[in-house]
Design a protein around this ligand. Sequence first.
Ligand code: ATP
Ligand code: MG
Length: 225
Amino acid sequence: MRAPRIGLMGGTFDPIHYGHLVTAEGARVEFALDKVFFVPSGRPPHKPADEVTPAEHQYLMTVLATLGNPYFEVSRLDIDRPGPSYTVETIEEARRLWGASAQLFFITGADAILEILTWKEPERLLSSCHFIAATRPGYDLGRLEGAIGDLWRRFSHRIHVVQVPAMSISSSDIRERVRRGYPIRYLVPEAVADYIYKYRLYQARASGAGAGEGGAAERREAARA
Ligand code: ATP
Ligand code: MG
């Protein structure tokens, strides 16, 4: 029996969108993965806590979005682990779950890999799993080589590429669209849009009594600019 090939896609999924889904499916097919686990991060170390929607919303939207794909699962690994979500720890947990022989593939945007040197223990991370970097068609991998230098020379055989046509969809743009009342149809699965409207996620806050919150929303804007 061959060793299981497991894809893991970490993210804030705030909200999950078709860019994430089409990437995971492309990676699954191209790298013959048995399963892809979406791992909502709960508390990503690089995003301020008051900017992130509560973890249960991220989790439930991800469950709704992946329901129709028998190869997709959602993992509570990061949500249930206290403290910030570091990828190196997520992979360690996944290794415990699926055993030493499993081939683990961490799926991520190529731009995120460019920053891998700022992640916790990048060397140990690259030694512990493969990476599948989603790029726009025509993306120049040379940028990666330039950015991660020595790590690239030692680990490039573990960094693979999948080309994705829907790269320019982003959660920040979707949040902004909801806040401004623009449509998000065809950017996220219908059930995710329904969830966002039902629980009034990403809506502009009322001024007046909620002025404090309005201030927070403005700060979020400033931080994103
Ligand atoms: P935000 O705009 O808030 O940063 P995001 O759209 O980048 O959100 P994340 O949850 O931060 O979504 O990303 C999860 C993972 O998916 C990351 O590895 C990221 O690089 C990747 N990713 C994000 N958008 C896309 C996309 N359109 N196509 C492929 N991968 C994507
Ligand atoms: Mg992002």
